[in-house]
Design a protein around this ligand. Sequence first.
Ligand SMILES: Nc1nc2c(ncn2[C@@H]2O[C@H](COP(=O)(O)OP(=O)(O)OP(=O)(O)O)[C@@H](O)[C@H]2O)c(=O)[nH]1
Length: 263
Amino acid sequence: MVPADPWRCGKRSLHCSAESRWDRRRGAAPLDMGLRLPLRRSASFTPEHPALLEVPGPAALKMEANVLVMGADNVGKSALTVRFLTRRFIGEYGDMEFIYSHNLTVDGREILFHIWDVPYSQDQADEGSSEEKRIQWADSFVLVYSICDRASFNILPLKVQFIKAAKEGLSQEKVPIVIVGNKRDLHHQRVVSSEEGRLLALSLDCGFYEVSAAEAYHGALMVFHGLAERIPDTRLALKKGTRIRGIVKSMSAVFARKRTDSL
Ligand SMILES: Nc1nc2c(ncn2[C@@H]2O[C@H](COP(=O)(O)OP(=O)(O)OP(=O)(O)O)[C@@H](O)[C@H]2O)c(=O)[nH]1
């Protein structure tokens, strides 16, 4: 049962809204798409708008990009993701992992992002091979740290190396990564300077943004906009006919290990 205002209920019952340009062109109201994807092997996906799964024509030709949001615990990965999706900041988020879908038009390219927000606890609980599979699934990466948490910043070089080793071995193209320093509003608790963040990103050939997911939508938008700009057309496959159902299936296939978490 969907609560009247699902955003008040935390990640566990989170629903995200996606707009279909195809529908807008046809004069229909934007669709609210319930994307509630506990990543369990046996997870079943029950769309509230089944029609969205069957959209033929132009919507099926959208470019798509799989984005993995990574980082230490409590840095604001979910806050940033939810800000981008909904323009809202809801304060507390549960510990479920989700894949959200959201459209963004950048430089005339309409991109359907599939954004996988992995809670740190889950990231740690998984064997390394699960992380590797998540990395293989993704076309691009958002690495978040908190400007108030030095340790969350210090782990980034290793994460970037790990991603590059996994992805760039397979392709000549650079892997699109943006590094995000979050919680910019907490000036008095800052322990990582903007300069350090920028230099690290430069040295690792990544994009860089400092934002406050708590304070503004704009920063979150800039992050995903910047990421999209780093994704070459060749990576943005026209995944014809790959509908949400296909994505869910492929995610189930990724996870061979059965999860015990319940909804
Ligand atoms: N002040 C401030 N607090 C923030 C900001 N972003 C997130 N928070 C808070 O930081 C805490 C952690 O946010 P989450 O989005 O759950 O962080 P996460 O990285 O997804 O955490 P894990 O699920 O542990 O991996 C929550 O209490 C948020 O309200 C921000 O920009 N500013």
